[in-house]
Write a protein of this length. Structure first.
Length: 121
């Protein structure tokens, strides 16, 4: 397995982990991975580079939504679907956002480790 070289390691998110972006209130996308530094997601619209978005991320394993501001740093066509894959960074996290994000990442990191251990058996 390749060592993660990023400052903030990414965790994969389950299919039920969803995202909404405020400029497109009726559109819903899907989170691919998440870290303390940013997010990669699939969305029906191409996100403009450097646009600032309010992400409302609903997570089935926590009693709260993550409300996070992010800046789009790339967006490209997702080849197998009629949608786009995009990446955003979280440059301005509040203390509450940091706390909630850490909690969710910790839950999914533990779940990934548990599933990896089961696969090795």
């Amino acid at each position: 397995m390749q060592q993660e070289r990023r400052i903030h390691p990414r965790v994969k998110c389950p299919a039920s982990f969803r995202i909404m972006v405020d400029e497109y209130p009726d559109e819903v996308g899907q989170v691919l991975n998440l870290s303390m530094g940013g997010i990669t997601f699939i969305f029906p619209e191409k996100m403009p580079h450097k646009s600032v978005c309010d992400f409302i991320i609903t997570c089935p394993v926590t009693p709260f939504n993550l409300n996070i501001h992010g800046e789009i740093i790339w967006s490209k066509n997702f080849s197998s679907k009629d949608c786009y894959i995009s990446g955003a960074v979280f440059p301005y996290l509040s203390e509450d956002e940091v706390s909630h994000l850490r909690r969710v990442i910790s839950i999914f990191s533990s779940e990934m480790e548990h599933n990896h251990a089961k696969e090795k058996k």
